[in-house]
Ligand binder design. Structure first.
Ligand SMILES: NC(=O)c1ccc[n+]([C@@H]2O[C@H](COP(=O)([O-])OP(=O)(O)OC[C@H]3O[C@@H](n4cnc5c(N)ncnc54)[C@H](O)[C@@H]3O)[C@@H](O)[C@H]2O)c1
Length: 254
């Protein structure tokens, strides 16, 4: 018996936010494990660039995930091109920082909830519908954030509300779809050195201060999330569902 096998060779893996910082890194990990990647992101040329860099087996699919009625069609397009997707990694996310709770608008609320939560549910629904209809097992990995526990800081109250909901929803989906052979888990990153965290007005002093708050002594890089994500999606985690893996360098321990 072989113990160490990802079981991802030739499987079709959808990665949303696949042209973003963490999405690209995670896509490389799945490609190394032999999967065929469907890179989903807003801009077709960015999706294509990422897919092309990974190799000829992979394809880019532009989509605005806020367009919920279009999601089953997106899954159908991916299935027609790359085969039935049996892994979905919901990485796409946005943050609209606003430290003044009194000025947060319903539009800010909706935008973050649409991408970070609603699209995660309805894209998962569209993929699960195909898996259930064909009697195929699969797995879903959702992107949460350490803020689901901490509540976050610096204007991220609404963002972290979406991430708390993603973590809770991950457990609910895991319980509901376990009898169908669909596992659902989550990754909760900490402070990652990507444009989401490092904005043009972030000073080097601020970055050093953030890094010093982390027990492992540095900010995360996108590639720090590859192992946890590929592991949860793979057969190596065949007996795991409903889990949230904390990838925060020890910033949060739970
Ligand atoms: N960077 C951090 O510090 C950090 C910390 C905790 C959690 N996270 C989570 O990790 C995930 C990836 O973050 P990142 O740092 O790589 O961010 P990023 O901005 O580099 O990537 C996010 C990607 O999502 C895409 N996207 C946004 N809205 C979309 C939409 N409507 N339709 C399709 N695609 C859309 C963007 O185009 C982008 O490519 C997010 O879910 C984020 O919330 C990040």
């Amino acid at each position: 018996m072989t113990h160490l096998s990802w079981g991802l060779k030739d499987r079709t893996v959808i990665i949303t936010g696949g042209a973003g910082a963490i999405g690209r890194a995670v896509a490389e990990g799945f490609a190394e494990a032999g999967a065929k990647l469907a890179i989903v992101d807003l801009d077709q040329s960015a999706c294509d660039r990422t897919a092309t860099a990974l190799g000829p087996a992979h394809q880019g699919f532009a989509a605005n995930l806020r367009d919920i009625p279009a999601l089953p069609g997106l899954v159908a397009r991916i299935e027609a091109s790359l085969g039935l997707p049996t892994v979905l990694v919901n990485v796409a996310g946005i943050i609209l920082r606003n430290p003044d709770l009194l000025s947060i608008t319903p539009e800010e609320w909706d935008a973050q909830h649409d991408v970070n939560l609603k699209a995660v549910f309805f894209l998962s629904q569209a993929v699960a519908a195909r898996l259930i209809a064909t009697g195929t097992p699969g797995s879903i990995v959702n992107y949460s954030s350490q803020g689901w526990m901490s509540g976050g800081y610096e204007g991220s109250v609404v963002y972290n509300a979406t991430k708390g909901a993603v973590t809770t929803m991950t457990r609910g989906m895991a319980r509901a779809w376990a009898p169908k052979g669909i596992r659902v888990n989550a990754v909760a990153p900490g402070l990652v050195e990507t444009p989401m965290l490092v904005t043009p007005d972030t000073t080097p002093e601020r970055l050093a201060q953030l890094a010093s708050s982390i027990p492992l002594g540095r900010l995360a890089q996108p590639q720090d999330h590859v192992g946890a994500t590929v592991f949860l999606a793979s057969d190596m985690a065949a007996y795991m569902t409903g889990a949230t893996l904390n990838v925060s360098g020890g910033f949060l321990m739970y």
